[in-house]
Design a protein. Sequence first.
Length: 479
Amino acid sequence: MFGKRPGGGAEVAARPKAAAPPMPAGSKPGAVPPPATRGAPPPQVAPPIVVDSRSEQYYEIKTTIFNALIDTIDLAQLAQLDAESAREEIRDIVNEIIAIKNVVMSIAEQEQLLQDICNDVLGYGPLEPLLARDDIADIMVNGAERVFIEVAGKVQLTNIRFRDNAQLMNICQRIVSQIGRRVDESSPICDARLPDGSRVNVIAPPLSIDGPALTIRKFKKDKLKMDDLVRFGSISKEGAMVLNVIGNSRCNVLISGGTGSGKTTLLNTMTAFIEIDERVITCEDAAELQLQQPHVVRLETRPPNLEGAGEITMRDLVKNCLRMRPERIIVGEVRGPEAFDLLQAMNTGHDGSMGTLHSNSPREALQRLESMITMGGYNLPSKTIREMIVGAIDVVIQAARLRDGSRRITHITEVIGLEGEVVITQDLFLYEITGEDETGKVKGRHMSTGIARPAFWERARYYGREKELADALEAAADK
């Protein structure tokens, strides 16, 4: 269950190392550094931020007690207990070991030691303090000795370490096994999620050369709402009202953006405008959307088994949705031939469907949709595919991550129609960068393009939202 017991010196070796001495004089540029310097970070990397401030003596004591615990405890019996009972069992045994070995520790240090060992055996080990922080957006583990985090849009090296790659791999296995998946040499790539919906990706040796690479995209404990995006400056108040009308009027929406631009967060906020009596079905590779409506069916893809059979793809899920009497279909990310089935669903009465897609602009998003359908093996003329896109997609919302790490909604763009073989779009809102302040933060403003009556006006009027739409567009134009 917990893997082989590491050697006695493994934990000490994995702790933060002291500053390494410089290379000997006369060394060649490509020479391998002496053993004392191999663990030192490259000079171009900033010093790690202190997340773990425990002393060297603490780690030596922890190694001794952890090894004694593994020799003492019956892991098979422990696996049959629930989490709380297992923690109590571990705490009792660790307290006995501390007493037997006459370890001198303060009450606070002893409590911290108990917590750390419980996390190592039952939880996520050194990741626990990072997962507990709500200000961290991403956790990136590059092997046992290098852990990076993203805070406020900036990536920072931490001093968090694992005992060795075996402990890191054990924690990766623990994460992915919670949703019935596996990661090993025969299946070294895996997408998974944490219980709170945070996205997890693991790539293991032999594909990852320097040990397992674990990436966690954390979700905040308090789910963001559109008002929060307005407060952060991601969208203006008037733009937020337009998005409210778009979501409530059951426009088909495509959310486009680059990696880390906030597409999933924006999709979550857009789903807040869905009426509570609508039946919504979500399709995702790893279920991370968290809708607040009572009538939601969540579907998740499945990788192939050891024999290479049993795979359930995104396209299988989207096709099956059509037999489940959905009112809205939401696809976590469109990345393949399922684009064709989603467009068909949007064109056959499932108004208000939504999806996200990787792209750098609204026009590129539509081009990517076309290319994904073409790569799916559909022998259709380009004009026919574009007619499907124009008939299906009403609005493209573009999210972007700016150079200072902030996230902004840069375009709210309508898909108008087709002229010849060219898809015609018009922007309702744009984000204009005006400069940066003395701290390096990008300054800008959301501006209306002056369109007073968008193409989805009649749809808004059908749902009784035309006055709010008109007021928001007029207020934005007056700024």
